[in-house]
Design a protein around this ligand. Structure first.
Ligand code: UDP
Ligand code: MN
Length: 244
């Protein structure tokens, strides 16, 4: 069988959460050989997400870990603990005989189906362009003679790996072979999560370019507008309780 794709999605409770997860599930449902690792930023698994996943259209593992309050400030990296919980789960439940590819799929991005077939052949660490990120229409790895030699970016160009979380995938065996590779809180600067993680497991010259030598955008760093709940009643008024 082809390698399983493990998509790691950190998610947190907010007005748009179920809408975001629905959009994601509608995509992921169509990807064969796929396993969704959903990690809630919460003290326990919520009813909403549990029921949503149990409706069963996508194979999944449901984890949770609460981000400590001191890490929930503006300018701090998000979802560090959740991504690490998923990496720990993989290291505890998968072995050297399992073939797979690990991808970090935030809950608000937009994913084409082609992206998953591109990443499925990842031997070590693969990379590709990401649309609508870094203050540009896209960022991308620059490829010469089939090798990544640098980055097309408009933001913090001195990052060792100037790439968004949605722009790379890692072979499962690389995750298992580097048991200490994790996302860092200590000393982590905004926008450096990807670089801090990738430098623990790979080198620039070893990156595998996908999406036609990094000339195609197959994933978009979309962000959902904050909803206006300004007309919500102070106390419950409707005659029924509705999950949104
Ligand atoms: N996230 C989370 N807890 C938070 C904030 C964000 O688990 O307190 C998740 C969110 O659901 C998403 C990922 O972390 O899957 C990245 O967050 P966001 O999309 O807000 O970041 P950005 O688009 O600014 O990189
Ligand atoms: Mn986002």
């Amino acid at each position: 069988p082809p390698p399983l794709i493990y998509a790691i999605t950190p998610t947190y409770s907010r007005a748009v959460q179920k809408a975001e997860l629905t959009r994601l599930a509608n995509t992921f449902r169509q990807v064969p050989h796929f396993h969704w690792i959903v990690v809630e930023d919460s003290a326990s698994r919520t009813e909403l997400v549990s029921r949503f996943l149990a409706r069963g259209r996508v194979p999944y593992t449901h984890l949770h870990v609460l981000t400590p309050r001191r890490f929930k400030r503006a300018g701090m990296p998000r979802a560090t603990e959740q991504r690490n919980a998923a990496l720990s789960w993989l290291r505890a439940h998968r072995t050297a005989t399992d073939s797979g590819v690990v991808f970090f799929a935030d809950d608000d991005n937009t994913y084409s189906l082609e992206l998953f077939e591109e990443m499925r052949s990842t031997k070590g660490v693969s990379v590709w362009p990401v649309g609508l990120v870094g203050g540009r229409r896209y960022e991308r790895p620059i490829v010469e003679k089939g090798k990544v030699v640098g980055w097309y970016t408009g933001w913090k160009a001195d990052r060792p790996f100037a790439i968004d979380m949605a722009g790379f995938a890692v072979n499962l065996q690389v995750i298992l072979d580097n048991p200490r590779a994790l996302f860092k809180r200590r000393g982590a600067k905004p926008g450096m999560q990807e670089s801090d993680f990738l430098k623990q497991i790979t080198k620039l010259e070893d990156l595998e370019p996908k999406a036609r030598n990094c000339t195609q955008v197959l994933v978009w760093h979309t962000r959902t507008e904050k909803v206006n709940l300004g007309n919500e009643p102070k106390r419950h008024q409707d005659s029924v309780l509705i999950e949104v």
